[in-house]
Design a protein around this ligand. Structure first.
Ligand SMILES: C[S@@+](CC[C@H](N)C(=O)[O-])C[C@H]1O[C@@H](n2cnc3c(N)ncnc32)[C@H](O)[C@@H]1O
Length: 456
């Protein structure tokens, strides 16, 4: 059985593209890789990885795995020392013993998920750091995994009801989900709205490893450690994660960057951002042109989530409130079809004694023909910021009119596999550019050429 799509036939349309050279790819190609690029594709846990450097991403996941193991072992040692070192009331001893046992079990469960996916532990620091604060650790979204597939609370049902109401009588066929996490809402929406194809994107491995299995009809054991357990038994809860409606056709998981989704222009008719816009982009205004770009004419963006923003990840000017989000959305070439604001229960573990209530902005914004004048350029692509990443050869480069011979020379060196450092080295070798100025000059040219493609 094809565990990735949980469906029979691969969809043939080329609604993905290679993040390195932008060659159009169909779903079946995502695991084969791009014929034009030298680096091979990676499939991790039966999930294709479509980023410009899959090996680096998988190495970082291995580093997260190693860190998780070290920290869990260290916590276990502390619990053991407490058990051994003092006289304890019987129930407290039982609680600590249970915690000790379950930490060991949990370590095995999580290690097994990485192992089955082929992600070895790497005893090195995470090379890319935390792109979003708090997300660089393996357990970052374990609460969401339990909420989605383990608890019998109605949080997922309430969210689905709201997004369906806001979607109205639209019947999209193809949906792109940015930051899908453990996938319950995107999956239920895919089923309820009768979508033909959904591509759910994320960069965090464990929620996707779990989602892939439960959506394929398997069950996954994952111990929960509630933040504030009610009683001594609830200090660790044995959970079996599963879906009561597995196996829907056409629901695909893809490891990719949601800020720069590897999909061609106008290839989806619905983009869903569930709990994403305040958490992941540093400035939502820079994500809007991307959402607009990937939508077909008449397509729509459906948002569902809070406006919380992390102070260490955002500037005050970019912590937009609901009315500002609406204004930005309209300025970026959308018209606001429907919106609502709900106060919803959030992360109310049945075994815990604490949970949140959050204000949730849900809206449907329809794509107008042209991007609005208020659209802001998307966040710089990774290869502009990291001189070692390959620079893609985007289609508009062929028609590019260079304003200066240096731009023409740089454009001629973009072949989809050279990085900006390699292009700079070539410029030094072939055109005698001063070595200390080459990389800066090449980066400036690349940024300008990348920006210019929007007006071509
Ligand atoms: C607040 S969580 C929301 C998860 C899920 N939608 C939910 O509602 O439970 C944000 C999600 O965005 C993902 N994420 C962070 N940066 C990302 C990126 N650059 N591209 C894709 N996903 C990203 C995280 O891994 C996480 O799953």
């Amino acid at each position: 059985m094809d565990l990735v799509s949980a469906g029979p036939a691969p969809v043939k349309d080329a609604y993905l593209h290679c993040p390195r050279c932008l060659l159009r790819l169909g779903w079946a190609d995502a695991s084969q890789g791009c014929a034009e690029c030298t680096r091979s594709a990676r499939v991790v846990g039966d999930i294709p990885v479509l980023v410009s450097d899959p090996s680096e991403m998988v190495r970082d996941w291995g580093a997260q795995r190693a860190l998780f193991s070290r920290e869990t072992r260290a916590t276990r040692d502390v619990v053991l020392a407490q058990l051994a070192g003092q006289a304890l009331p019987a129930t407290t001893r039982t609680r600590l013993q249970r915690l000790y046992d379950r930490l060991g079990r949990h370590l095995g469960e999580v290690e097994a998920l990485y192992e089955a996916a082929g992600v070895p532990a790497v005893d090195e620091p995470v090379s890319r750091g935390e792109r979003v604060p708090g997300e660089g650790i393996a357990t970052a979204y374990f609460d969401q995994i339990h909420r989605d597939w383990g608890w019998d609370t109605d949080e997922p049902g309430a969210a689905l009801e709201i997004v369906l109401e806001v979607l109205g009588d639209r019947r999209p066929q193809r949906m792109l989900v940015l930051g899908a996490g453990a996938c319950r809402l995107p999956y239920e929406l895919h089923r309820a709205a009768g979508l033909e194809t959904t591509v759910a994107i994320d960069i965090n491995p464990v929620p996707f490893f779990v989602a892939r299995r439960v959506i394929a009809g398997q069950s996954v054991a994952l111990t929960e450690f509630p933040r504030c357990p009610r009683d001594s038994h609830a200090v660790a809860v044995d959970r079996t994660l599963r879906s009561s409606n597995p196996g829907a056709d056409g629901f695909h998981l893809l490891f990719a960057d949601g800020l720069e989704p590897p999909v061609p222009d106008a290839s989806f008719d619905l983009v869903l951002t569930p709990w994403f816009i305040d958490q992941v982009p540093k400035d939502l205004a820079t994500l809007l042109p991307t959402i607009h770009r990937v939508l077909r004419a008449g397509g729509a963006w459906l948002n569902h989530g809070p406006l919380l923003y992390q102070p260490t990840h955002t500037q005050p000017a970019h912590r937009y409130r609901e009315d500002e989000v609406h204004e930005l959305t309209q300025a970026a070439g959308f018209s606001l079809a429907r919106h609502r604001w709900d106060r919803l229960l959030y992360m109310q573990s049945p075994a815990g004694s604490q949970g949140r209530t959050e204000g949730i902005a849900t809206f449907l914004a329809e794509k107008k023909d042209r991007p609005g004048r208020g659209a802001v350029e998307a966040e710089a692509p990774g290869w502009l910021e990291d001189a070692t990443l390959a620079v893609p050869r985007w289609p508009e480069l062929d028609g590019y009119q260079p304003p200066h011979p240096m731009f023409a020379a740089v454009a001629s060196l973009i072949d989809g596999s050279r990085s900006s450092q390699m292009i700079a080295d070539e410029m030094v070798r072939r055109f005698s550019l001063p070595a200390d100025a080459a990389l800066g000059g090449v980066t400036t040219c690349l940024a300008e050429m990348w920006r210019a493609r929007r007006s071509q």
